[in-house]
Design a protein around this ligand. Sequence first.
Ligand code: NAD
Length: 263
Amino acid sequence: MELGLNGKVIFVAASSRGLGYGIAREAAREGARVVLGARDEDALERAVRGIETETRGEAFGHSLDASSAASIRDWIDAGVARFGGLDGIVVNAGGPPAGGFESFDDETWAAAFDLTLMSAVRMIRAAIPHMRARKGGSIVAITSGTVKEPIPILLLSNVMRSGVTSLIKTLSRELAPDGIRANTLVPGRIDTDRVKSLDERAAAAAAKTVDEIRREAGSGIPLGRYGSIEEFGKAGAFLLSDAAAYVTGESFVVDGGAARTVW
Ligand code: NAD
């Protein structure tokens, strides 16, 4: 299937590794020019080189702190200056801290609001004029399976990502007349550095090996294993592309069948 991403300019936030990197690499494989962003400039540079070596696409990296409005504006401006426009954007950032309700003060709530919800608002706000100039575009926001089945210890993520889901659904109607689609991409358990470190912590707490933890977690997933960033990236590339031209306002789950919900 021809995705129609060839030559498109795709911005992927928080993409020096993990889910963001996976989407950027698949988009670049399809011929997109990709703009990466992350705080660690060395890691960003390695990611740009990795994508250019592994794919036929062009990649450009610019420093991005998803918590900062000014940094988001700089990132979009730098990418547009480099590639001349913007056809799609993947909204993504590191996750807010884990913990129960009584462990968080107002400052922690405000920081999670900036990192997870306001980063989506600000990235989309900055991207819309460029998409309108192209007469269309695609917004993909990475959320989490916890929006469908909240996990108590991930309270901040549950709440803020539910907000992102509602934002995207609302925007899908508001932006449709401009030819701009908006969807969320919902990971279950995808094998990234973040998941590795969560497994290491779980192993230490349960006095088990990391392999035992992974086997136990994998056996609770109908497809019997974690997903790869390549598998997740292909779903992202699809939503960004013209192949998904009639898909908007959708929450697209990539979880090996883990969620028990119908919706
Ligand atoms: P990861 O730790 O492997 O990679 C995170 C990336 O985000 C890195 O490139 C890092 O440099 C960048 N980053 C972190 N904070 C940033 C910031 N403030 N500004 C800009 N860049 C920043 O994590 P991941 O597994 O790829 O997860 C990405 C997001 O998806 C996280 O919010 C995570 O909570 C969420 N998520 C992941 C999974 C999964 O299975 N991996 C499941 C559910 C939700």
